[in-house]
Design a protein around this ligand. Structure first.
Ligand code: TRP
Ligand code: SF4
Length: 400
């Protein structure tokens, strides 16, 4: 069966906070039940910008994996691994670099943006320029068709699609392709072959995506096809040559609505975060000392929730009844700010409780985490090897 495959990566650059939870991890936890999922620690990507600071890698990688597990990412549902443990990513990156025009990389918007933003670092490096290509290799090596990312990463997915297309265009053409494809259709058998042709016509004449999906399913089920013939028939569906690499789609993750303690977006660089597994006393203290509507100086002054960061937290954590209580009580000076904050404190602690519990299990026995990553990396390696065999063959590196 043709299953959707989801892949996403995260750079290990520090403890994860509630912004990551609401923005990314909750989504991963949902996706792991719906699709085949691969989630990885992008340690090489971290080195493209933090090459002079290798300590950020070591402990951060493991802390981040514990954060994922704490958030409910389930290693029996999803494959979790570390990028550098699957060196094929680097091999594919190298091979794809042969066909990547420099201009394409220079035009990716994050290249110039980040160089301007991170002025304290020299980012005019080969590695940093190649960042989107490394990301492309991450995706293409698993033939992942859905990639959950935020808005800022969409150009990287677009770039990856262009690289896949270019690769297929250069290496997917073989002498006598049409003839070979026709022969392969015959191998499907009379009945299947007929269905395949009908679906192909429907897709090519009417752009019918369902027909395309049905044809993919049919090819996946056709057990007697060789790898080469199957790829030919995938390519034949869409007109061109063999489809060696498949084009991914961005699965746009809604921007996190998680506010920070000061009302700005929650972010480590604003120093306004609550970390995923922060201890209860510290969470309580942080929320109790959060700024409120500056116009509410005395308890008897009425306030305006729209001017208060605490209200932003109520939008994330409170039900209608509580929000109503806040609106009325704040505007009439009927409640005090500490009183108003209590339901937020309770809700955050309640959300974190299962995370702290799950994390404890892994902190008590770190070998569990090592094993999860070892198994995940092993599984990822097997999938990556399949693609690499095809890529090497296509590029003439076939020595077996
Ligand atoms: N560039 C991504 C980020 O900064 C991380 C990443 C690396 C990634 N490789 C990936 C995300 C592959 C999705 C797929 O968030
Ligand atoms: Fe903010 Fe609540 Fe105080 Fe109003 S009562 S200012 S919403 S903390």
């Amino acid at each position: 069966m043709f299953v959707d495959r989801v892949l996403s990566g995260m750079r290990p650059t520090g403890s994860l906070h509630l912004g990551h939870y609401h923005g990314v991890l909750k989504n991963w936890v949902k996706l792991q039940h719906e699709f085949q999922c691969l989630f990885f620690v992008a340690d090489w990507h971290a080195l493209t910008t933090h090459y002079d600071d290798p300590e950020i890698i070591g402990q951060n990688v493991w802390d981040m994996v514990v954060d994922w597990l704490a958030a409910g990412v389930d290693p029996s549902q999803a494959t979790l691994f570390i990028q550098s443990q699957v060196p094929e990513h680097a091999e594919l990156h190298l091979l794809l670099s042969m066909i990547t025009p420099l201009g394409w990389l220079e035009r990716v918007p994050t290249y110039k943006d980040q160089q301007e933003k991170l002025t304290e670092k020299d980012l005019s490096t080969y590695g940093f320029l190649g960042y989107p290509l490394l990301q492309g290799a991450d995706i293409l090596i698993y033939r992942a068709n859905r990639v959950p990312v935020g808005e800022d990463q969409v150009p990287h997915i677009e770039f990856t699609r262009e690289i896949a297309r270019r690769f297929n265009h250069i290496y997917g053409r073989e002498a006598g392709f049409e003839q070979k494809a026709e022969t392969a259709v015959k191998k499907l058998g009379v009945k299947r072959g007929k269905v395949y042709r009908e679906l192909r016509t429907r897709y090519q004449q009417q752009g019918d995506q369902e027909a395309l999906a049905a044809a993919h399913a049919l090819l996946e089920e056709a057990a007697n096809l060789s790898m080469g013939d199957r790829e030919r028939l995938f390519g034949f569906l869409e007109g061109g040559g063999k489809m060696i690499l498949s084009e991914p789609q961005a699965l746009l993750t809604e921007a996190s609505k998680m506010p920070g303690l000061d009302g700005q977006k929650m972010s480590k660089s604003y120093n306004n975060t609550i970390t995923l597994r922060e201890d209860a006393a510290s969470v309580t203290k942080k929320i109790r000392t959060m700024p409120t509507d500056p116009a509410r100086v005395r308890r008897t002054d009425p306030g305006d929730p729209d001017k208060c960061p605490v209200w932003e937290f109520h939008k994330v954590y409170s039900d209608d009844a509580t929000r109503d209580w806040v609106q009325k009580g704040c505007r009439s000076a009927g409640i005090g700010c500490l009183e108003c904050k209590q339901p937020v404190i309770d809700a955050v602690l309640k959300e974190q409780e299962p995370m702290r519990e799950r994390a404890q299990l892994y902190l008590d026995d770190p070998t569990l985490v090592r094993n999860i990553i070892a198994e995940g990396s092993d599984r990822a390696h097997k999938l990556a090897s399949e693609t690499m065999r095809d890529v090497r063959n296509a590029m003439g590196l076939n020595y077996s």
